[in-house]
Ligand binder design. Structure first.
Ligand code: ATP
Ligand code: MG
Length: 389
């Protein structure tokens, strides 16, 4: 294996006591995302090393692993100056002008000291190219790491995804619709290290198979950041029809969302999730005014995390485009929220009215039945990883 990727850890460096746990989870996540690749992974307190033969492809996959600050692709050559020089000239970007050499002597038995080595190699580069030296603000920093098994040479650092390794934060249940906001909310929760599973409410035949496939596709896209996401699909038709039959138009959405929260809370308990996550954003629609949120949230005692609560729609769209969910989210398939939408949903719902209307039908039974019939989808295909960052 002639190529080496070096990973610098992200924000986890600040968490001294938990450092070991963080690094172990990060290692597991890296192993998972590279399970189909021929690699050797080793690590120390500050870095992870991946020996491989296709570093570019591996680096693209690693760009989606949270907890990584940066990724460096290094090339291995023999420990002689001529080979190092040739590799340096090959990888230094010719569109740039100035450089400096930084030498790290991991092999303390190597006879030339770091400073002296940098000077020597710098001199040879000057002689053999048009590059100029600039030690203060170089365009290129050429790093040379001398190790016993060979010398590793690299120039660029690729930015990693940042955040915490997925899993350090425990598990959360994401209410995932086919819209723009909830996939972004899921991505942001994953970035904080939360191990996300998804819950989708479908109402066939009022919602189509295309709508469900869209949610599967969205799960597949955010699964690239995790590798272990499950999608749980709740049959919601009977509950929606019961609400439609038994509650006034204006309260239909409020009550529907209270039912969603109830189901989500019970199901979160079953899968060991400690928080609910959703894509609600303050003021976006009638069900997301503060009064609505108050009434809807009232059915659960679980923490509800709303990562995009204070974002403008345009800010959410920017992230959706960056993480590649946008194009799928805007496909025009109806959601269960959109099919029973009343003309004038209540903007300031009252809690006592919600409770009174809900007493018009036996929702406990319907909820139990829906939960018993949840379908779980896990086998997402491994698409090509696109270089998106
Ligand atoms: P999104 O908010 O994802 O863009 P949306 O705008 O259609 O979709 P809203 O009506 O704003 O959805 O609902 C707010 C939040 O409620 C969603 O972000 C999502 O977390 C949750 N939600 C709505 N519909 C569903 C559904 N069918 N299944 C699961 N969660 C849902
Ligand atoms: Mg929304």
């Amino acid at each position: 294996m002639q190529e080496l990727i070096m990973i610098k850890y992200g924000e986890l460096t600040t968490k001294k006591a938990n450092r070991k746990i963080f690094i172990n989870i990060l290692t597991k996540n890296v192993e998972k995302i590279l399970e189909n690749e021929n690699v050797i992974i080793t690590k120390d307190k500050v870095r992870m090393f991946i020996k491989c033969d296709n570093a570019k492809k591996i680096a693209i996959k690693l760009q989606k692993v949270f907890g990584i600050l940066s990724i460096v692709i290094a090339y291995k050559v023999n420990n002689n100056l001529e080979d190092v020089l040739n590799k340096a000239l090959e990888i230094m970007d010719k569109t740039k002008q100035t450089f400096k050499v930084v030498t790290k002597r991991a092999d303390k038995n190597y006879p030339i000291h770091s400073m002296e080595y940098s000077k020597k190699l710098g001199g040879l580069i000057l002689k053999n190219s048009n590059f100029k030296v600039d030690v203060h603000k170089p365009d290129i920093i050429l790093t040379v790491e001398i190790r016993t098994e060979g010398t590793f040479v690299y120039t660029d650092e690729i930015k990693g995804a940042g955040g915490y390794p997925v899993g350090v934060g425990g598990k959360g249940l994401l209410m995932l619709s086919g819209g723009i906001d909830s996939p972004v909310a899921g991505y942001l929760a994953l970035k904080r290290g939360v191990n996300v599973e998804c819950l989708y409410f479908e109402s066939p035949p009022h919602t189509s198979l295309e709508a469900k496939n869209k949610v599967i596709k969205l799960t597949d896209i955010i699964n690239k950041y995790s590798g272990k996401i499950k999608l749980h699909v709740v049959p919601f038709t009977e509950i929606q029809e019961a609400i439609f039959k038994n509650c006034p138009d204006t309260y239909m959405i409020t009550i529907m969302r209270r039912m969603m929260y109830r189901i989500a809370e019970i199901y979160a308990g079953k899968i060991g999730a400690k928080i609910l996550i959703n894509g609600e954003s303050i003021g976006q629609v009638a069900s997301q005014t503060l009064d609505s949120m108050y009434c809807i949230n009232n059915v659960t005692n679980m923490p509800v995390i709303r990562p995009v609560a204070c974002f403008d729609k345009l800010e959410i769209i920017d992230i959706a485009k960056k993480i590649n969910t946008y194009e799928t989210s805007i496909l025009p398939y109806e959601d269960c929220c959109t099919i029973f939408v009343p003309k004038h949903p209540v903007i300031k719902p009252e809690l006592n009215k919600c409770i009174a209307y809900e007493n018009n039908f036996d929702y406990q039974n319907l909820i139990e039945k829906a939960i018993n019939n949840i379908e779980t989808i896990t086998n997402f295909k491994e698409d090509e990883f696109e270089d998106i960052l």
